[in-house]
Design a protein around this ligand. Structure first.
Ligand SMILES: Nc1nc2c(ncn2[C@@H]2O[C@H](COP(=O)(O)OP(=O)(O)OP(=O)(O)O)[C@@H](O)[C@H]2O)c(=O)[nH]1
Ligand SMILES: C[S@@+](CC[C@H](N)C(=O)[O-])C[C@H]1O[C@@H](n2cnc3c(N)ncnc32)[C@H](O)[C@@H]1O
Ligand code: SF4
Ligand code: SF4
Length: 292
C-alpha cells in the first residue's frame, strides 16, 4: 500500500520524536513542534508503529527529539526498524562518540548532526553549553562507524553565525562523507535571529557545477567548490510544503500531520495492528500543506 494525502502528496517518510528532553538549550529550538510533551512512547509502542509503517509504504524513518541519544534504549529502537525501511537520525552529536558503532551495528544508515558554530564561544552562546569538542568527536565517530553521508545541520542565525559560512564550506569541501545543510530559521516564537538565505543561495547557485532538486520539499542541493550543500528553506514557502512527504510522531504518541500545527493530532499511544493502521489513514486525511 502507498499512502497519499488528499493533496496528492505521497507519505513516504516517518519522523519519530523519541524523546522531548535535551542536554542542550538552543536559543531557537522548535522542539519538533511539541508544546506540552508527556511521558515518552515505550519501546513496544515504537515497535508497533514501525511495523505498521512497513505496511503502508513508509520508505524512510527519521529519529529525532529532543535529543534522541538521551534515550537509554535508543539502540534497541534502531534494531526494531523493519527491513526495507532506511533509518536515519538527527542528533546534536554530543553523545555520538560512544554510541556511533552500536547504532551502526543496529542498522542505522546515517546521521544528521546539528552544529551551528565552529567557534567555542559562539557555540556556547547558541546552545548554552561548552560541548563543541564532543560534537566534533561525534562527527569523527560517525564517519568511522560508516554512518554516512553525515549532514552537518547549520541554522543560519542573523548576526551570530553568518560570518562562518566559508568555514563550514571549508569543513565539508572535498570530503565525500560530509554534506552541509544550511537551514533557514523557522521563527516560531518571535525569535529575532531569522536571516534571509536568498542572497547566499543565489551566490552558491551561480558558481555551482551541478544542481539537484530533491523530491522532498523540492530542496536544492548544489555542488559548489568541492562541497555538497543543501538548502532547507521552509519559511513561508509553498513549494516546500507542496512537496512535503512526511508524517510525524510526537514523543508522547500522537500522529502529527504537520510540524507547524497542533490542532489535528491523532492519538496512537497503546494502539496496535489494524487499529493503528486505520489511525495512520485518518491522520493522512488530515494532512494539508501549511503554506499553500
Ligand atoms: N517546516 C518543516 N521543516 C522541516 C521538515 N522536515 C525537516 N524540517 C527542517 O529541516 C531541517 C533539517 O532536518 P533534519 O532533521 O536534519 O532532516 P532532513 O534534512 O529533513 O532529512 P534528510 O534529508 O532525510 O536527512 C530542520 O531544521 C528541520 O526542522 C518539515 O516537514 N517541515
Ligand atoms: C529539533 S532538533 C532535534 C534533534 C537534535 N536534538 C538536534 O539538534 O539535531 C532537529 C533539527 O531541527 C533544527 N531546528 C530546531 N529549531 C529550529 C527552528 N526554529 N528553525 C529551523 N530549524 C530548527 C535543529 O537545528 C536540528 O537540526
Ligand atoms: S540540540 Fe536539538 S532538541 Fe536540543 S535544544 Fe538544540 S535543536 Fe533543540
Ligand atoms: S506542510 Fe509544510 S510546515 Fe507542515 S510539515 Fe510539511 S513542509 Fe513542514
Amino acid at each position: 500500500m502507498d499512502l497519499h494525502d488528499s493533496y496528492g502528496r505521497p507519505i513516504s517518510n516517518l519522523r519519530i520524536s523519541v524523546n522531548s528532553g535535551c542536554n542542550l538549550r538552543c536559543v531557537y529550538c522548535h522542539r519538533e513542534g511539541e508544546t506540552k510533551p508527556e511521558t515518552p512512547l515505550s519501546l513496544e509502542d515504537i515497535r508497533a508503529i514501525l511495523d505498521v509503517a512497513g505496511n503502508i509504504g513508509i520508505r524512510t524513518v527519521k529519529f529525532t527529539g529532543g535529543e534522541p541519544l538521551l534515550r537509554e534504549d535508543i539502540v534497541e529502537i534502531i534494531r526494531s526498524v523493519p527491513p526495507g525501511i532506511e533509518s536515519s537520525m538527527t542528533t546534536n552529536g554530543t553523545l555520538l562518540g560512544s554510541l556511533a558503532h552500536d547504532l551502526r551495528d543496529a542498522g542505522l544508515a546515517r546521521v544528521n548532526i546539528s552544529l551551528d558554530s565552529l567557534n567555542p564561544e559562539t557555540y556556547k552562546s547558541i546552545t548554552g553549553t561548552g560541548l563543541l569538542s564532543d560534537v566534533l568527536e561525534g562527527i569523527e565517530a560517525a564517519r568511522d562507524a560508516g554512518l554516512t553521508p553525515i549532514k552537518i545541520n547549520m541554522v543560519l542565525l542573523k548576526g551570530i553565525n553568518e560570518g562562518e559560512i566559508d568555514d563550514f564550506i571549508h569543513l565539508v569541501s572535498g570530503d565525500r562523507h560530509l554534506i552541509l545543510q544550511i537551514i533557514e530559521l523557522m521563527d516560531l516564537g518571535g525569535c529575532p535571529l531569522h536571516a534571509d538565505l536568498s542572497e547566499l543561495e543565489e551566490k552558491i547557485a551561480l558558481h555551482s557545477r551541478k544542481v539537484i532538486t530533491r523530491r522532498m520539499h523540492h530542496r536544492k542541493k548544489y555542488c559548489y567548490e568541492g562541497a555538497e550543500i543543501e538548502f532547507v528553506r521552509p519559511w513561508h514557502n509553498s513549494d516546500f510544503c507542496n512537496h512535503c512527504t512526511r508524517m510525524r510522531v510526537t514523543s508522547d504518541g500522537k500522529l502529527k500531520p504537520c510540524l507547524l500545527r497542533d490542532d489535528n493530532l491523532v492519538d496512537i499511544r497503546g494502539k496496535r495492528g489494524v487499529e493503528l493502521q486505520q489511525l495512520f489513514l485518518a491522520a493522512a486525511k488530515k494532512r494539508e500543506p501549511y503554506n499553500k
